[in-house]
Design a binder for this molecule. Structure first.
Ligand code: PEP
Ligand code: MN
Length: 266
């Protein structure tokens, strides 16, 4: 039986942040690459029985030109097929009005605003305007720079467009030079936002914080210890050969091990 998005979310802390329900688990590849890769990843994730929502990037905002910039709209048909086969609802990043329109056309259940979009009020407003009158769930990643007002401003723009199912994704903040993280978590900033907007669920994205596999477990545990309402973790059937973010992706089987290794309540 295919569950509705409402039913899936209502079983998790995402719909009820102060409850002791289970955290929402979103997983899938950084990028949709081929139909086979999308379907194989989705099936393997479904098999774990631990994933609530399938994610995949269709349009990729890459830092430098010349790298893979996403498969584009045709990948949405693969995701739709994955949803039909596995029953997993879909989450996709959107950055323009056309992307919102295309994602909604293919029945994407959750849209998220990426870190490189949250920094730009014009882009957030364009996404917000395209969402006016639509009943959907929107997740807003923190901006790449540690600026809480910018993050809050993006939330307000989406809410003012009439979207009331809004959540936050903490994916860390970039800084110049090497640190052990790809994007420093600066946990206190996310906690401060949670204090200011307590009604909004906060998900952690350990994949983009870590940038590497070996610290994914500890970053995920930290988020659960801090009572986050969910995790978004990138998975790929062949992580080493992923077309984007290869170093931080794990197989669906490794994801299951990681989740099994978490102490959910201390
Ligand atoms: C992603 O989720 O693959 C992504 C591009 O993330 P971020 O916006 O956090 O960099
Ligand atoms: Mn990624």
């Amino acid at each position: 039986m295919v569950q509705t998005m409402e039913q899936i979310l209502s079983k998790t802390k995402f719909s009820d942040p102060s409850s002791d329900k289970k955290p929402l688990i979103i997983s899938g590849p950084c990028s949709a690459e081929t139909e086979e890769q999308v379907l194989a990843t989705a099936l393997a994730l479904q098999k774990t029985g631990k994933v609530d929502v399938l994610r995949a990037g269709i349009w990729k905002p890459r830092t430098r030109p010349g790298s893979f910039e996403g498969i584009g709209t045709k990948g949405l048909a693969w995701l739709q097929k994955a949803r039909e086969i596995t029953g997993l609802p879909l989450a996709v990043e959107v950055a323009t009005a056309k992307q919102v329109e295309d994602a909604l056309h293919f029945g994407v259940d959750i849209l998220w605003v990426g870190a490189r979009t949250t920094v730009n009020p014009f882009s957030v407003q364009e996404v917000a305007d395209a969402l006016r009158g639509v009943d959907t769930t929107v997740l807003i990643k923190n901006p790449i720079n540690p600026d809480l007002e910018l993050w809050i401003g993006a939330v307000e723009r989406i809410q003012k467009a009439g979207i009331n199912k809004v959540g936050l994704i903490h994916r860390g903040f970039s800084s110049y030079g090497n640190t052990q993280y790809r994007n420093a978590p600066m946990w206190h900033l996310a906690i401060e936002l949670k204090r200011r907007m307590p009604e909004l669920p906060m998900i952690c994205d350990p994949s983009h914080i870590s940038g590497r596999r070996d610290i994914l477990q500890e970053v995920s545990q930290e988020a659960i210890d801090l009572d986050y309402d969910g995790l978004m973790l990138e998975t790929h059937v062949d992580p080493d050969n992923a077309w984007s973010d290869a170093k931080q992706q794990v197989t669906p089987e490794k994801l299951a091990e990681l989740l099994d290794g978490i102490t959910w309540r201390r």
